[in-house]
Ligand binder design. Structure first.
Ligand code: NAP
Length: 257
């Protein structure tokens, strides 16, 4: 039985859709005070309303994780509304596909600025309240793509996600003295609005290459983030948990029974 998440203040980026939405709903259902961040204000306002109607606690602020000034405003609002931040789910990210041969520097920079620099900026912007929490938790949404696997068209994405894992390990060392743990969830293929954009063929091929025979759900990642945020996970830091239905295990399609 896990200790209660009740009244823990959770700051979630990329909360409007997909995995971030799943994380937000799971934490809210477990009694946490959720603070939702994404660029589209209407979407996070709608989710906050939905969470409140379900009996949960939610507030929100539109912000771009690629901008420190924008994030500072969101953190200031979270502190104004709730008085602190105990858990940061640095989840927002993008994954536009682009083959290496046709990639220009702008494609590379846009990916790295959001996914990797955005992770650093988000953690730094939330650092003072996380230190004050006394048992702060950072949970980064990385991926299997990059740290473990590869996929054509995503060399820049893979680099950003592998970079997040390097960041997690050293941030865990630097922040341990404040009682803050820093870990990552590494999703496989999770059915989100973003993944749907990859097309029907992609989704079918991916589902066929997962031993558990289904794409993941946003709640699968939300539940893992919830565990990493729990008091019971307090001795885990600098780690990544792969949540992929076994996708990285088989050596070939014949290995999937
Ligand atoms: P998604 O459905 O496209 O949702 C992404 C969310 O992030 C949206 O709420 C989006 O809202 C927000 N966002 C994007 N750029 C942002 C920015 N610059 N500032 C603030 N918010 C921003 O994506 P997803 O599939 O849920 O992916 C979420 C995370 O999981 C990403 O880091 C992704 O790399 C990782 N991941 C996903 C999968 C998968 O299979 N789905 C697998 C491995 C890893 P706005 O556009 O309104 O800002």
């Amino acid at each position: 039985m896990f200790a209660s998440m009740k009244d823990r203040i959770v700051f979630i980026t990329g909360a409007g859709k997909g995995i971030g939405r799943g994380i937000s709903k799971v934490f809210a259902a477990n009694g946490a005070k959720t603070f939702l961040v994404a660029r589209s204000e209407g979407v996070i306002a709608g989710l906050a309303e939905e969470i409140r109607k379900e009996g949960g606690t939610a507030d929100y602020c539109a912000a771009d994780i690629a901008s420190r000034a924008s994030l500072d405003k969101a953190v200031a609002k979270a502190l104004d509304v709730y008085g602190g931040i105990d858990v940061l789910c640095a989840n927002a990210g993008i994954f536009p596909s682009c083959p290496l041969e046709g990639m220009c520097e702008n494609d590379w920079d846009a990916m790295l600025n959001t996914n990797l620099k955005g992770t650093f900026i988000t953690v730094q912007a939330c650092l003072e309240p996380l230190k004050k929490s006394g048992a702060g938790r950072v949970i980064v949404t990385s991926s299997i793509t990059g740290p473990v696997t590869g996929f054509p068209g995503w060399s820049h994405y893979a680099a950003s996600k592998a970079g997040q894992m390097g960041f997690v390990r050293t941030a865990a060392l630097e922040l341990a003295k404040y009682g803050i743990t820093v870990n990552a969830v590494q999703p496989g293929n999770i059915m989100t609005e973003g993944l749907e954009g990859q097309g029907e063929d992609y989704l079918k091929t991916m589902a066929a290459s997962i031993p558990l025979k289904r794409l993941g759900k946003p709640e699968d990642i939300g539940n893992t983030a919830l565990f990493l945020a729990s008091r019971e996970a307090g001795f885990i830091t600098g780690q990544g948990i792969i949540v992929d239905g076994g996708q990285i295990i088989p050596e070939s399609l014949e290995a999937i029974l």
